[in-house]
Structure formats: structure tokens, C-alpha cells
Design a protein around this ligand. Structure first.
Ligand SMILES: [Zn+2]
Length: 281
């Protein structure tokens, strides 16, 4: 190991600054959304089977709710612009703007060059959890999604029901794409209900049993027309492993709610990002 410099302690003692202070981001009007939600009626419902995924569609201005129904279960969520799949959820930028774990008021931001809110979290029944003594929190944007390639690297596995494969099959079935084409659209997820963090000593990604229980839910306001896909992770509550059929797994419920006409007043779907894309030329 490299010998530390004489001023090592002083360098370590420098106070951090927030990379992206987010107090200048456009604020979601949560009060407006809440008023619109009051009289909203359910227009669709999709049950995601354990170790499988399903797609759902939500129009801009509607709400969608992901619920735990039979037992503790983690879900891996992908979102696309319904009319242009190249605009998709950008986990890394969302993390940079809102932190490692999302809750009420946080937005799910879309990829370059769109970079606009796709959905806003309007209710989180696990918001009481905060961060535990291990640094764990709920609904992270730090994990990627469980996938068969990493399982193959680490253990030589050929396992087909990781979230990556579940999302790939669901998108292929929904759109008529081939599996290989659909796979290219699957992206890093919002880990709904998953409890994760990084170990203090080694900085390694950890998971622990999710605190979610049946009845808990995470609800979103759709800022643009969305195609969503949700996988019920083969890890179940993710208390032990997530690339096998060993864990107890349960379904997840997705419900879509439409507000009354006019309930959103002057609200308009956010435009794509205002950067002119000239990149210095
Ligand atoms: Zn998974």
C-alpha cells in the first residue's frame, strides 16, 4: 500500500459538498396531485407473478401504485416513454439528484438527451424507515437489477428468472420484439421495496430483508405517457439471495388510477430538457 502523506488526516477532514444541490429543480405540485388523486378511479390492474414480470401503461396525468399483496416481495421497475423507448429511466442521474434511495416527492428522471421527470413519487408507506443502523434504506437507485450474466461470472449459473430476464420477456411479449431486441431496452431499475446500502468498512453493496408487508405501497404520478415493466424479484424479500428459486416469492400488484377531467387544472406534461445540444460546436 502507498505510504500516506503527512497531511493525510487534514485531507480526509475536508468537509464534503453536495454535488447537485437540488433546491433549484422544478418542484412537483404535490398538493395539486393529491387533490386530483382524491376522485381518481381505477382504470387498470396488473398482477405480477412471482419470479416473473409484467408490463403496464399509464397516461401522463394518471397515477400508478405498486403494492405488496401476499408477502414481503421486492420489485424491479423499468419505465419508458410509451412512444419512444429510447427515453427511459436514468437510475444514475436520479441517484445524483435525489440520493441513493427514493421516497415521496422524488422524481424518476429520464435518459439523455431528454432528462425530464418521467414519474413523481406521491406516496410511500415505508417512508418511516429512513436509514437503519447499517446505513440501509428502502427503494434504492444504487443496484442495477439481478441478472444471469453476473450469476454466471460468480457461480457459473444458467438461471433464467432474474429480474433482467423477467423484464426482457415481459417487454418482448408486450411489444412483439425479439428477446434480443427487448433486452437492449432493459435498464437499471428502481428497486421498489428493496432494503439496501453500502457497508461502511468495505463500501460493498448489501441487501437485507425488506421491511415491506402486505398492504404497503409506493405510488407515482405519471409525468409523461409511460410503458412500465415490473419484475417480482426471485430474491423475494431479498434477505439472502436473488439468483435462484430458493427464496419465498410473492406477487406484486400494479394499479392505475385516472383523475377526473380538469382535476389537474393548468398542469402540463414536462417538456424535454432545454439544453440546446450543440455541444460546443
Ligand atoms: Zn431481482
Amino acid at each position: 500500500m502507498t505510504q500516506e502523506p503527512e497531511d493525510a488526516d487534514a485531507r480526509r477532514a475536508v468537509k464534503p459538498v453536495i454535488c447537485y444541490p437540488n433546491d433549484s429543480l422544478p418542484e412537483p405540485d404535490l398538493a395539486l396531485y393529491a387533490r386530483a388523486r382524491e376522485a381518481a378511479r381505477k382504470v387498470d390492474e396488473v398482477t405480477v407473478a412471482p419470479r416473473d414480470a409484467a408490463c403496464f401503461r399509464v397516461k401522463a396525468g394518471q397515477f400508478f401504485r405498486i403494492s405488496s399483496v401476499e408477502g414481503p416481495q421486492v420489485g424491479d421497475l423499468n419505465l419508458w416513454n410509451e412512444s419512444d423507448l429510447s427515453e427511459r429511466f436514468y437510475s444514475g442521474k436520479t441517484r445524483a439528484l435525489h440520493g441513493t434511495h427514493l421516497s415521496t416527492k422524488a422524481r424518476m428522471w429520464s435518459s439523455f438527451p431528454f432528462v425530464r421527470p418521467m414519474a413523481t413519487i406521491v406516496e410511500d408507506t415505508l417512508d418511516w424507515y429512513g436509514f437503519d443502523e447499517f446505513g440501509g434504506g428502502v427503494h434504492d437507485v444504487i443496484g442495477t437489477r439481478c441478472d444471469p450474466y453476473t450469476g454466471n461470472l460468480l457461480k457459473g449459473l444458467q438461471y433464467h428468472y432474474c429480474c433482467h430476464s423477467n423484464l426482457t420477456r415481459a417487454l418482448a411479449d408486450e411489444t412483439g420484439m425479439s428477446l434480443s431486441e427487448a433486452e437492449g431496452h432493459v435498464h437499471d431499475v428502481l428497486n421498489v421495496f428493496m432494503c439496501t446500502g453500502f457497508t461502511r468498512e468495505t463500501g460493498q453493496y448489501f441487501m437485507k430483508a425488506s421491511p415491506v408487508r402486505p398492504g404497503d405501497h409506493l405510488e407515482f404520478f405519471a409525468e409523461i405517457d409511460l410503458l412500465g415493466a415490473l419484475s417480482a424479484c426471485p430474491g423475494g424479500d431479498c434477505s439472502s439471495e436473488h439468483s435462484s428459486d430458493a427464496a419465498a416469492c410473492y406477487p406484486l400488484l400494479v394499479e392505475v388510477f385516472a383523475p377526473d377531467d380538469g382535476a389537474l387544472g393548468e398542469w402540463v406534461s414536462p417538456p424535454v430538457n432545454g439544453y440546446d445540444r450543440s455541444h460546443g460546436r
